[in-house]
Design a protein around this ligand. Sequence first.
Ligand SMILES: Cc1cc2nc3c(=O)[nH]c(=O)nc-3n(C[C@H](O)[C@H](O)[C@H](O)COP(=O)(O)O)c2cc1C
Length: 210
Amino acid sequence: MNSLKLLLLDCSPRRENSTSRHFTQHLLPALSARLGRDIQITRRNLGVEPLEAISAEYADSLVMPAAAAKERFGDALALSDELIEELDQADILWISTPVYNFTVPGVLKNWIDLVVRRDVTFTTTETGKVGLLRDRPTFVAVTSGGAMFREPALQPDFFRPYLTAVLGVIGIEDITYVPATGLAFADEPLSVVQTKAAQWLREDQAVSGV
Ligand SMILES: Cc1cc2nc3c(=O)[nH]c(=O)nc-3n(C[C@H](O)[C@H](O)[C@H](O)COP(=O)(O)O)c2cc1C
C-alpha cells in the first residue's frame, strides 16, 4: 500500500527545547503505527524559516477574479500556489504549534493568509464562503504555558474557534486538537508532553478518511 502523505507545519521558533516539536515527534510515529501505514512527511518549518509576509500585489490580487489575478500578478502568487498545491497533495495535515497570545502564532497566520484564496481554495455564495479543497484528517498538536482550553476558562480561547473557522472556509473540517497545556508550571515540560503524547495514543482515537 502506498504511504500516506502528511504535511507538517512546524510553527515554533524554538528548536531542541520546543514543547510542540517534542509533542509532535512523539505523536507521529504512533499515528503511523495506528494507521498501519507508512507516513511520508513534507515539512514546512514555519517557525524557523518564516514565509515572507504577503505583498501589496498579493493583497491586490485577492480582490480580483482568479484568472485576471493570475495574469496580472502571476509572480506574486507563486508562493501561494506552491503552498496550496502542497496542501492539496497531503492526505493528512498536521499542525504543530504553541499558543501565542490566545491564538495562533504569526507564522501560522501568514501561511493561512497565503492559502485562503477566493476562487482557488474557497468560493463565495449567497449563504457564505464554501471550501474548494477536499476534507482530510487534520491534527493540531498544540502546547501552551498557561491552562488554555480549561473549563471554566482561565484564558480566552481564540485559538480553536479561529483555526476551526478558517480551515473550514477552505473545506477542512475533520480537525482533531491534541493539547498539552499548563507547561509553564512543569519542572520538565518535555517529559510532560511525552507523557501526554503516550496518554493520547492510548485512547482509542479513530482516524477517519485515510
Ligand atoms: C509570544 C508568546 C505568547 C504566548 N502566549 C501565550 C498565551 O496566550 N497563553 C498561554 O497559555 N501561553 C502562551 N505562551 C506560552 C507558550 O504557548 C508555551 O511556552 C509553549 O509551550 C511554547 O511552545 P514551544 O516550546 O513549542 O515554542 C506564549 C509564549 C510566547 C513566546
